[in-house]
Design a protein around this ligand. Structure first.
Ligand SMILES: *Cc1c(COP(=O)(O)O)cnc(C)c1O
Length: 410
């Protein structure tokens, strides 16, 4: 088994996971070696760890405009999502309706679908549709809320396209109707400003490994006075809101990552955004029959999702891999199956385009040289794959040179 190391790749798959920032790793390491005490212990050796966790909690709260005691540490974004939705349903046992969208991450989508299919305690789930840009209709959303609705769960930023939902408006509408509001902010946190002091959100999910902290650590924000039931029942950790000994090193790292994210937010929205735009515009200009998936402006600064008609996303990824370029086709969770992603299907992306979609997601660690590298290699990969594609041949019969590294069509 040979390993491909970071210095050998152009990593543009940051919506799948991110590298742990060197500063974060440095903060974490002593908590595996010197300071391994249990933060719940009475002795100073353990107690000092508790103090450090308190610092981390404050840093994480500061990134999203929360109070430190409104945060519950979890094991991942998925646990945060499950905990929020199940807590909301338990708060209103007589209400059976959940409102969500068709483009949610599997952590929300599959849970809601499971709840709808469970026998004995049937929940009704409304999955709101999106338009061609991946946007929701706010009126349709408002109309979907009724007396029976217990909770709304919609993502802040889409992991496949980067499209942003109007969370502030949506949370205000839910509040006006007495419905609890959860948002999966796993992709939004650290990339765009979030101020929970200003937006009436009840539950918000974060995952460490999407913002340069470790894998296997997450946070659930629970607004003060929002009804809550723990998902993991056990010890008195997290004031009885989540049992289980804390993932100490990862939590401390997440605190540092949130501090760094706040410091880098400006760069994310200027330099990273400019790199993404250069990449996106270059790909669209150099490749005929290509299109952007997702709203042009209501979008995360780091994400682009482009479709190349008549080629297979998996084939593109294999060729990119030969040049050390890490990207994704659809979400990491749906690739491996032949179905195009549920997000692109919900947006009505045509079949021939949905199959050839590539997501490139950048971070502050990317450079313009790396963007040039992708722009140099990706368009010829598409042109070559098309010369081999029977669908392309049928659609553009006669217009394609057999030997061509450039396709003949305009
Ligand atoms: C990655 C991701 C999750 C899941 O987070 P994990 O920590 O991997 O469980 C949930 N929602 C979105 C939008 C994500 O991108």
């Amino acid at each position: 088994m040979t390993f491909v190391t970071n210095d050998k790749v152009v990593y543009m798959d940051n919506n799948a996971t991110t590298r742990v920032a060197p500063e974060v790793l440095e903060e974490m390491l002593p908590y595996f070696s010197e300071y391994y005490g249990n933060p719940s212990s009475m002795h100073t050796f353990g107690g000092q760890v508790g103090n450090k966790i308190r610092d981390a909690r404050e840093k994480i709260a500061a990134l999203i405009g929360a109070q430190p005691d409104e945060l519950v540490f979890t094991s991942c974004g998925t646990e945060s999502d499950s905990t929020a939705i199940l807590a909301a349903l338990q708060a209103f046992p007589e209400k059976r309706h959940i409102v969500t969208s068709r483009v949610e991450h599997p952590a929300v989508k599959n849970l809601c679908e499971r709840l709808a299919s469970l026998t004995g305690h049937k929940h009704r789930v409304t999955q709101l549709p999106v338009d061609r840009d991946g946007m929701l209709d706010l009126q349709q959303y408002e109309d979907s809320l009724d007396e029976d609705t217990a909770v709304v769960s919609v993502m802040w930023a889409n992991n496949e396209t980067g499209v942003l939902f109007p969370i502030a408006e949506m949370a205000a509408i839910a509040k006006s109707k007495g419905v609890l509001f959860h948002t999966d902010a796993v992709q939004a946190a650290g990339k765009i400003p979030i101020d929970l002091a200003k937006i009436p959100i009840d539950f918000l999910s974060i995952s460490g490994h999407k913002l340069h902290a470790a894998k296997g650590v997450g946070v659930l924000y629970v607004r003060k006075r929002t009804p809550f039931m723990p998902f993991l029942i056990g010890g008195h950790q997290e004031k009885g809101r989540r049992g289980g000994t804390e993932n100490v090193a990862s939590l401390i790292g997440l605190g540092k990552a949130c501090e760094l994210a706040a410091a880098h937010m400006q760069e994310e929205n200027t330099r990273v955004r400019a790199l993404r735009d250069t990449l996106e515009n270059g790909l669209l200009a150099r490749t005929p029959h290509s299109m952007l998936n997702g709203h042009k402006t209501e979008r995360l600064p780091n994400t682009t999702n482009v479709s190349f008609e008549y080629v297979e996303g998996e084939a593109i990824l294999l060729h990119l891999d030969r040049f050390g370029i890490c990207a994704s086709s659809g979400s990491a969770c749906t690739s491996g199956s032949l179905e195009p992603s549920h997000v692109l299907r919900a947006m009505g992306v045509p079949f021939t385009a949905a199959h050839g979609s590539i997501r490139l997601s950048l971070s502050i660690y990317n450079t313009s040289r790396e963007v040039d590298h992708v722009l140099e290699h990706l368009p010829p990969i598409i042109a070559n794959l098309r010369t081999l594609s029977p669908f392309w041949q049928t659609a553009h019969r006669g217009s394609v040179g057999r030997s061509g590294s450039q396709c003949g069509c305009k």
